[in-house]
Ligand binder design. Structure first.
Ligand code: FES
Length: 135
């Protein structure tokens, strides 16, 4: 039972909550790309060292678009406004002024298509990694 609505809780099929957001060809190595999901939420796709990740596009400091930032050589994503840095796979804060992690999302490939799914879980205060390797 869902406590808020009183309706039965129905677990969605995992495959049904993944949506196509871009092609692998659109996301060159070492770059970031903004895409908007069907929900209206913007995600920031990152391709680093042959792996693709999906993070919230909204900086947790003052809501600037992360896809306008820079992807650093070590896989840190830096916000263009005040310089907060996040791990591009876990969303963990690497440098202030941000103090809260960026949400990250499950990501898959279907051929050349990048699929973004549910938000990754936090386990012991850490997000599971958002990551899929490009073949
Ligand atoms: S809005 Fe991103 S660091 Fe301030």
């Amino acid at each position: 039972m869902c406590a808020a609505s009183g309706l039965p809780f129905i677990r969605a099929d995992q495959d049904s909550v993944f949506e196509a957001v871009a092609s692998v060809a659109e996301l060159a190595e070492g770059t970031v790309l903004q895409r908007v999901r069907a929900t209206g939420d913007a995600v920031c796709l990152v391709r680093h060292n042959g792996e693709i990740s999906a993070l919230s596009d909204i900086c947790t400091h003052q809501h600037f678009s992360m896809s306008q930032g820079d992807l650093l050589e070590d896989g840190t994503l830096q916000c263009a406004w005040h310089g907060a840095r996040y791990d591009c796979r876990t969303g963990e804060v690497r440098q202030v002024p941000a103090t809260s992690p960026l949400p990250v999302f499950q990501v898959r490939l279907d051929g050349d298509t990048i699929l973004v799914g549910p938000r990754c879980q936090r386990i012991d205060g850490r997000y599971e990694k958002s990551m899929v390797r490009v073949p």
